[in-house]
Design a protein around this ligand. Structure first.
Ligand code: HEC
Length: 212
C-alpha cells in the first residue's frame, strides 16, 4: 500500500514538474513580450491570406525563421538581415515556423521579392519564372475566363504557360495570399539583437564560415 502511494505521489510530482517547466514558466515569460513598434498588426486581408497559406500546405515546404549565423549561413544566403527573435511572432497564432526547407525561408520574402505581379504569376505557375522549380502550381487560386469583364484583374501569363484561349483572372484569394507574403518583412532592428553577443565572441565573427 505504501509503495502504491509513493508511485502515485511520484507520478503526480512528475506531471506537476513538467506542467511548470513546459507550460506555466514559458507562458509567464512570453506573456510580457511586446510587439516591436515596426511590426504592424495584420490586416483582415493578410489574415485571410495567412489562412490560405495554412490550408494550401505552404508550411510543408517553407519555414519562417532566420537562424543564427554562428551555426547556419541563413544571413549570408540573403534570407534576412538578422536572426529572428520571439517578438517577431507576437501576432502569429499559431506561429508558422515550419520545419522543412524544400523551398526557401519566407520570413523576409516581402523585402526580397516585393513585386506583387511576380508573386501572383509565381503562384499561378512557378515554372513561368523559375524553370527548374519543383513548387506545385496553384491555378485554382485564379479563374480562367473566355474574356475579361469590367473590374477583373487580368494576370499577364507568358507563353507557353498561358491557356490556349481566354484570360486568367486574379481572385480575392490570390490577392489575399500575396498580401500576406508581401507583409512578411522582418528587417527592422530586433528588440534584443541576438547578433550582438554572437559578434562579441571571436569564434563567431565570421558568419561566412558557418555551415549551411
Ligand atoms: C512541395 C514544396 C512546396 C510547396 C508545397 C510550396 N512551395 Fe513555395 N517554393 C518551393 C520551392 C522548391 C521554391 C524555389 C523555386 C521557386 O522559386 O519556385 C519555392 C519558392 C517560393 C517562393 C519564392 C521564394 C524565394 O525566395 O525565391 C515563394 C514566395 C513561395 N515559394 C511561396 C509559396 C506559397 C505561398 C505556397 C503555398 C501556397 C508554397 N510556396 C508552397 C517549394 C514549395
Amino acid at each position: 500500500m505504501t509503495r502504491l502511494l509513493v508511485l502515485i505521489m511520484g507520478a503526480m510530482a512528475t506531471v506537476i514538474f513538467a506542467l511548470v517547466i513546459l507550460v506555466i514558466l514559458p507562458k509567464s515569460m512570453l506573456s510580457s513580450m511586446q510587439a516591436p513598434p515596426e511590426l504592424k498588426e495584420p490586416t483582415a486581408q493578410q489574415l485571410a491570406g495567412r489562412q490560405l497559406y495554412i490550408s494550401n500546405g505552404c508550411i510543408y515546404c517553407h519555414t519562417q525563421q532566420v537562424r543564427d549565423p554562428s551555426f547556419t549561413a541563413d544571413i549570408s544566403k540573403g534570407l534576412g538581415t538578422r536572426p529572428s527573435v520571439p517578438e517577431d511572432y507576437v501576432h502569429d497564432n499559431p506561429h508558422l515556423l515550419g520545419t522543412m526547407r524544400t523551398g526557401p525561408d519566407l520570413f523576409n520574402v516581402g523585402s526580397r521579392l516585393p513585386d506583387r505581379n511576380w508573386q501572383l504569376l509565381h503562384l499561378y505557375q512557378p515554372r513561368a519564372l523559375v524553370p527548374w522549380s519543383i513548387m506545385p502550381a496553384f491555378p485554382f487560386l485564379f479563374r480562367h475566363k473566355a474574356e475579361a469583364e469590367p473590374g477583373d484583374k487580368v494576370l499577364d501569363v507568358p507563353k507557353p504557360h498561358a491557356p490556349a484561349d481566354g484570360v486568367v483572372v486574379v481572385t480575392e484569394e490570390a490577392e489575399a495570399l500575396v498580401a500576406y507574403l508581401l507583409s512578411l518583412k522582418h528587417d527592422y532592428p530586433a528588440p534584443n539583437d541576438p547578433l550582438k553577443p554572437a559578434n562579441d565572441n571571436p569564434e563567431n565573427d565570421n558568419p561566412e564560415e558557418a555551415q549551411p
